[in-house]
Design a protein around this ligand. Structure first.
Ligand code: HEM
Length: 395
């Protein structure tokens, strides 16, 4: 099966209907109205303008993701906030993941990467999904600044990813059923319990919890924000890293990278473009307005198909080709991290995590083969549930 086909299986396994609609939307053109769903946006320039004009296109409104997010995480979770409240909070916590701190966070967990690569170098099979979930879970504890229980550290790192995944699964177009809402509430409490006690007693200096306390937030006020960093920080990376590695191996590009490791940053850009971990987002039109010559009416739900934006031919010639030597158009500005005021708050960390992991794996000095893979079914972020790889003998 080709690299592209494996990727399609992941999308289809996560969101079968949306995946088919997204494929049709790509053919239909820039903006495509789907009754009952909203207007699907596949054009990069339109999308960027919409994401930047946050006063005209808000996160909240009927049919938004923000409603489900508020029900699951509470009102203060960044991704469900608009306007000045959102801007003020983003500014107040911006340095929690500033470049130098993100460097430090990834460096601190370099030992985990080194042991995983040592296993690969010995010829062991490694489930990259299992590894990345534990690793990103550990870094998420560090971001928040509260340590996992000493006696069950590894289990806790995996548990917060499992709970994040279940909580994220209720974020969608449809309101969760009563049963789903009840389960989500219980999961939220179990996730929050990992941080509740440490929030006031032992938050590390300069961490997210430390900053929120300094700003005067009680745990119950801060919890939604802590949880969105846990969810955002674990689910994206544990989907992205295995998918990028699979792509590199399936397409033969891993060999290219071994010959020229200076190409790693570009391979990350192209890998993220190709997989777009968050395949879409939603905005609600606040007032009748025009975007790039298109009229949009108040109340319309806009489904921004990030996956399609990353395949916009005007920015990426031959967009379905995975090419790690591709020079990315600066106008594309890594649209897979979003744009405007809601652009990914974890960008600095995510880029460094991916770079550290890819560099470590290239450093093993061997080619890899995929021994086993299984797609995750019904996940918010298309992902492998399992991706077992093994180094090939030195040729
Ligand atoms: C490759 C990895 C990642 C990708 C592709 C990604 C993508 C995105 C995108 C597209 C958005 C904006 C969604 C929208 O506009 O509706 C976003 C928001 C966000 N991301 Fe990430 N993300 C990644 C990693 C991370 C990490 C590692 C963290 C935290 C440690 C994180 C935390 C957040 C938060 C808190 C927001 C909400 C920002 C706001 O609404 O102001 N993300 N991310």
């Amino acid at each position: 099966m080709s690299a592209q086909l494996h990727e399609s299986v992941l999308h289809f396994s996560a969101h079968p209907l949306l995946w088919v609609l997204a494929r049709l939307a790509r053919r239909a053109g820039l903006l495509w109205k789907v009754p009952g769903l909203g207007v699907m946006v596949s054009d990069a320039e339109c999308a960027r303008e919409i994401l930047r004009r946050d006063r005209d296109f808000s996160k909240n409104g009927t049919g938004s993701f923000a409603q489900a997010m508020t029900a699951a995480l509470g009102p203060m979770a960044l991704g469900n906030m608009d306007g000045d409240d959102h801007r003020c909070l983003r500014t107040a916590i911006a340095d929690v993941l500033a470049p130098a701190r993100a460097d430090m966070l990834v460096r601190c967990r370099g030992g985990d990467l080194a042991s995983m690569c040592a296993r690969l170098a010995r010829g062991d099979c490694v489930d990259l999904v299992h590894f990345t979930r534990g690793w990103s879970g550990r870094i998420a504890f560090d971001v928040v600044g509260i340590a996992p229980p000493v006696t069950q550290e590894e289990e806790a790192c995996h548990e917060i990813v499992r709970l994040s995944e279940r909580l994220a699964s209720v974020l969608g177009f449809r309101d969760p059923s009563r049963r789903q809402a009840r389960i989500a509430l219980a999961d939220r409490e179990r996730l929050a319990a990992y941080f509740r006690e440490g929030y006031e007693r032992s938050a590390l200096p300069s961490s997210l919890a430390d900053r929120l306390q300094t700003l005067g937030f009680t745990f119950d006020e801060a919890v939604g924000l802590l949880l969105i960093y846990i969810i955002g920080g674990t689910l994206t990376i544990s989907a992205a890293l295995p998918r990028i590695i699979a792509l590199l191996v399936d397409s033969g590009a891993f060999a290219q990278l071994r010959k020229d490791p200076t190409g790693i940053p570009r391979a990350i850009d192209e890998g993220l473009r190709f997989i777009t971990p968050l395949p879409g987002t939603v905005r609600i039109v606040q007032r009748d307005t025009i975007v790039q010559g298109h009229r949009l009416t108040a109340g319309t739900r806009l489904v921004i198909l990030t996956h399609n934006l990353a395949r916009d031919e005007k920015l990426f010639p031959d967009p379905d080709r995975f090419d790690i030597t591709r020079m990315h158009n600066p106008r594309a500005a890594r649209l897979w991290y979003g744009a405007g005021p809601h652009r990914c708050a974890g960008f600095n960390l995510a880029q460094r995590e991916l770079k550290a992991a890819l560099s470590a794996m290239v450093g093993v000095g061997r080619e890899f083969r995929v021994v086993k893979r299984r797609a995750s079914i019904g996940a918010l972020i298309p992902a492998y549930a399992r991706l077992v790889i093994q180094a090939l003998p030195d040729s």
